[in-house]
Design a binder for this molecule. Structure first.
Ligand code: GRF
Length: 201
């Protein structure tokens, strides 16, 4: 089965998924890594792993609609069974999202529904939360609002530095994203009636 991964940055989650495909935790292959940012280090990770890379930069398109049409057409050339957003920092339109309903995953660095959007770690610390974490969800039209599949929580205190918290959350991300992608590839996970469905057998 085919996986396509979209990134904008370092690609440490991408790396965790590459590793999991290699060691058999995920029964599938990453066919291509897409970035909207030329200097995204994740592109180097992909090349090092022998995976095709595609750079689709929005600035070369007259509108978001044009950008997303080319993005989607290029993605479709790889006939993906699953599209994984891993630190992809652009908001996708409903048209794009609905083209891939049920096969589009995202990871978000908060315990959703808390803190959709940006600066999640800072908000959790500033609010004096005792826990924080990461969420994997199916992508729907609502930003960071699709059905939740899996969350990982870590304890935090207001004394923690933001950098420390980011690091701990990312360690959790690298654990849970390969797990969820693995389930999807096994056919144990799907989106049904707008909810995350899991076969627990
Ligand atoms: C992750 O923390 C993810 O939750 C957020 O962006 C970060 C991406 O990191 N949306 P990386 O590019 O996978 O290293």
């Amino acid at each position: 089965k085919n996986i396509v991964v979209l990134i904008s940055g370092s690609g440490s989650n991408l790396q965790a998924i590459i590793d999991a495909c290699r060691n058999g935790q995920i029964n599938g292959n990453i066919k291509a890594v897409f970035s909207n940012v030329p200097e995204a280090y994740g592109l180097v990770r992909a090349q090092q792993a022998g995976i095709a890379t595609e750079l689709v930069e929005s600035k070369y398109f007259a509108s978001r609609t044009d950008y997303e049409l080319v993005l989607a057409d290029t993605i479709d050339r790889y006939t993906p069974d699953l599209i994984v957003l891993a630190g992809y920092m652009r908001i996708l339109s409903p048209t794009f999202v609905n083209r891939y309903t049920g096969k589009l995953l995202n990871i978000h660095p908060s315990l959703l529904p808390k803190y959709p959007g940006l600066h999640t770690h800072r908000q959790a610390l500033d609010n004096g939360d005792s826990e924080h974490g990461a969420t994997i969800h199916f992508v729907t039209e609502e930003l960071d609002g699709g059905p939740i599949i899996l969350q990982a929580a870590i304890p935090i205190t207001p004394q923690d530095s933001e950098a420390e918290v980011i690091k701990k959350v990312q360690q959790q991300e690298h654990r849970i994203y390969p797990l969820v992608v693995g389930w999807f590839m096994q056919g144990r996970l799907a989106m049904r009636d707008g909810k995350a469905w899991m076969d627990n057998h």
